[in-house]
Design a protein around this ligand. Sequence first.
Ligand code: GLU
Length: 287
Amino acid sequence: MRPGAPILRFAPSPNGRLHLGHAYSALLNADLARQMGGLCRLRIEDIDPVRAKPELVEAIFADLAWLGLTYPEPVRHQSRHRDAYRATLDGLIGRGLAYPCFCSRGQIRARAAARAGNPHDPDGAPLYPGTCRGLDPAIGAERLARGEPHTWRLDMAAALRDAGDPLSYEAFDAAETRWVAADPARWGDAVIARRDVPTSYHLSVVHDDAEQEITHVVRGRDLEAATDLHVLLQRLLDLPTPRYHHHGLILDPDGEKLAKSRGSQSLADLRQAGATPEDIRARLGFA
Ligand code: GLU
């Protein structure tokens, strides 16, 4: 690969079998990388200690190999980098940009519902009303020392102040590249570290895209709003912002997003029913 060539990535979460939506994203990333004279890396986003299973990681490798996709070594497994995420989180905490939140989901729902307009974040979750933001730091420290379950939230107002200038990123498609304004405030005080692991999807993805020197992120439109938050985290952490392309989603016959929980057919099901990798490519509109 020539120096400065584009680097893309496919980053599945091993929480279930891959379906046609994953195949579309994987094939599109591979085709774009080839067209641009770059490469596509693979990253296993297995930070969820309950849902991510080793046999599902093996199944991802098998499904991708069946599709004819190969990736440069080493493949990055997020579960092996918790210390790095913890250090990144600690940096934000140390700068007063993150605070511990001891609220349960039920408390957040109830408090958010009591607010005018019952605001929600772009994923449809109740917007966090900021309950723990003003917690006396000494009391917070005591509750942490007691081992009380908690998440870490980004103090959005403080983060935006720290970020300074307005945020934007370059979105690209086959025809053009354009600047898009990012509006992370619509996420409110987002969770950047979960109860069970010292990180979150948002923190790990930003950390790893930089670590893997990703120049072009190609992923589904369902993650388009999350990009606003990612751009903010990149600014705070002094990391480069890649270019983004958010592709359309493959929907099931009812027009809903494919999901295992909705009984969508996995690639393994399709393979067992006799489909070939060429059938999958053709069905997804690839030449
Ligand atoms: N791991 C995420 C998923 O499987 C994708 C993350 C990303 O592409 O940024 O939905």
